[in-house]
Design a protein around this ligand. Structure first.
Ligand SMILES: [Zn+2]
Length: 114
């Protein structure tokens, strides 16, 4: 299961971050996932709930923001969101595109409980 391994690596990062800052309990975790990372938010939330049991993140709310796939046209410089995997510039119809967002996966912020 894809989400379970993502949940585990997120938990690793979170635990490390909390140890560094002496945080003992978290209230909220915000994660940003690009469309290409293929994360299903509900599945990730469920997996995270399971793996975070007994850790600093137990009971914390996990918010997952899925960001769309984006590209920059190498011909006219337009930046746009790619929908339905249509890799073509909406302005000049060029196919010479460079992906600018869509495969990222990172922790946006952690909110501590006090
Ligand atoms: Zn273009």
């Amino acid at each position: 299961m894809h989400e379970l391994s993502i949940a585990l690596s997120l938990l690793d990062l979170i635990t490390e971050e909390c140890q560094k800052h002496g945080v003992e309990r978290l209230k909220k975790i915000k994660v940003v996932a690009g469309e290409l990372a293929g994360v299903v938010p509900e599945a990730l939330k469920f997996s995270f709930e399971v793996v975070s049991e007994g850790t600093v993140a137990e009971g914390a709310e996990l918010e997952v923001e899925v960001r769309p796939l984006q590209a920059v046209c190498q011909d006219c410089g337009a930046e746009f969101i790619i929908e339905n995997m249509k890799f073509r510039c909406p302005q000049c119809r060029s196919r010479d595109l460079k992906r600018s967002a869509g495969d990222e996966l990172f922790i946006d912020y952690l909110e501590t409980a006090d």
